[in-house]
Ligand binder design. Sequence first.
Ligand code: NAG
Ligand code: CA
Length: 336
Amino acid sequence: MDGLTSTVRSALVFLLVNVFVVRCDITDGNAEHLKREHSLIKPYQGVGSSPSSQWDFSGSTLVTSSYVRLTPDERSKQGSIWNTVPCHLKDWEMHVQFKVHGSGKKNLHGDGIAIWYTKDRLHPGPVFSNNAHFHGLAVFIDTYSNDDAADRSFPYISAMVNNGTVTYDHGKDGRSSELGGCSAEIRNRDHDTYLAIRYSKGRLTIMVDVDDKNEWKECIDIGGVRLPTGYFFGASAATGDLSDNHDIISMKLYQLMVEHTAEEESLDWTKIEPSVSLLKSPKDNIDDPTGNFRGTPLTGWKIFLLLLCALLGIVVCAVVGAVVFQKRQERNKRFY
Ligand SMILES: *[C@@H]1O[C@H](CO)[C@@H](O)[C@H](O)[C@H]1NC(C)=O
Ligand SMILES: [Ca+2]
């Protein structure tokens, strides 16, 4: 029995590893599908100064030829940079190269950077210098733990989807509204640090590459996320009593080549309300026009794993049953 159990276990581990590997194949920069109008690339020609520029900036933001500094390492600064062109891609992946650095010692620096895909742009407020009642997606690279009771290590990366009704709780580092997150050592690194945000078929995946290994590590991966088209990409940062230089080196948007049904194509994607249905089961989503959950790899794999477990269970029962039956027959023979 023990041997069989461990065989089953290694089979499951093997399958799970495969699931993970499959989930990790994020675009590694296919230039063909790079969308220049939504990308911010060195040396940032015309950003801010030329009327034809596709990026606006505000607050403390400083554009040089090698980085866009959202805030300097000084107290109470707020800066942002926003794409002026609304994004009408249904499936996309944003790669952000960033650098957070400063003279503050451990835990004496803040507050971090936020990457946005929102309805409104250049709308200042208290959430990493942006509006608290935003519509859309926010990804926070939070370097300072405001919540003394926090049992997680900072910097902490998290994501939030809002329809304008939820307020990001800065004092709790947004814990009550986060969809998921991970810790990542991103500050004062000598090498380049990257974040990737993928949105495709109702699935939001966030990956980080911060250890100079040139590989993406999964941070967040959830289904049931609904985001419209026609929103704007942006980045913002803020400092408070504590500070850091918050630099964006590049933001590169890639179009993902994904097939949609004619029915999906005929919908007005700009009308979608941002939302997340974390607890919905796949069958509740059969009529979901954006294809959320349907055909997502994890759901398929889960069903496969369940079937496999059921099959293995039946085999184990059959073998045990046969052995018991044979033993009993032998014992019965001895009685006669
Ligand atoms: C906005 O989100 C809240 C909380 O998730 C929800 O209760 C509300 O119905 C949503 N409103 C709209 C207009 O979708
Ligand atoms: Ca914080």
